[in-house]
Design a protein around this ligand. Structure first.
Ligand code: SME
Length: 161
């Protein structure tokens, strides 16, 4: 099944992320609550990025990942350490760019329309992973190094407290 729109070309992606940065600066200014910041972050990115079909956070809580603010179809509630793409990003501390989710061993399918995915770990000032930011696309190969670079910077700016 197709996503909401075409995957933007590189230049267009950069422009969209620059616009998102401005929107986030306004929306998150002065907000210190992490969950509120996550909710705003998800709303801005999901609304502005045409290749984002499911957008959300999983928070590290009680030894697992627990779903946080998200937009899209109902997501899986809990994910274990090292499980799926999200658990792998948590365990390795590294962004996972998955062009074809069906080729990722152990991928957890919450929505059978998902074809590609990016998961970026969110770290606190001590470098501990406190959450992961997860985006699914209903198109294959939607995410690349541009998404990785831009999301890593946006997330570091928004959540490195
Ligand atoms: N696909 C993820 C699970 C979360 S959903 O994509 C919302 C994974 O394999 O960890």
């Amino acid at each position: 099944m197709n996503g909401r729109a075409e995957i933007p070309e590189t230049e267009e992606k950069r422009r969209l992320y620059a616009d998102a940065r401005l929107a986030l600066a306004g929306l998150l200014a002065g907000e210190t609550d992490r969950t509120a910041r996550m909710a705003g972050f998800v709303a801005v990115l999901h609304g502005m990025m045409p290749h984002f079909d499911w957008t959300g956070f999983y928070r590290v809580s009680g030894g697992g990942l627990v779903i946080g603010p998200y937009q899209g179809s109902p997501g899986c509630g809990r994910i274990g350490w090292g499980r799926g793409v999200c658990g792998t990003a948590w365990a390795t501390g590294e962004t996972q760019v998955v062009p074809d989710v069906h080729a990722f061993p152990g991928h957890i399918a919450c929505d059978c329309r998902s074809e590609s995915e990016i998961v970026v770990p969110v770290k606190d000032s001590a470098g501990r992973v406190v959450a992961v930011f997860d985006v699914d696309s209903f198109r294959k190969g939607a995410f690349d190094t541009v998404d990785r670079e831009e999301l890593e910077i946006l997330l570091a700016d928004a959540f490195s407290d």
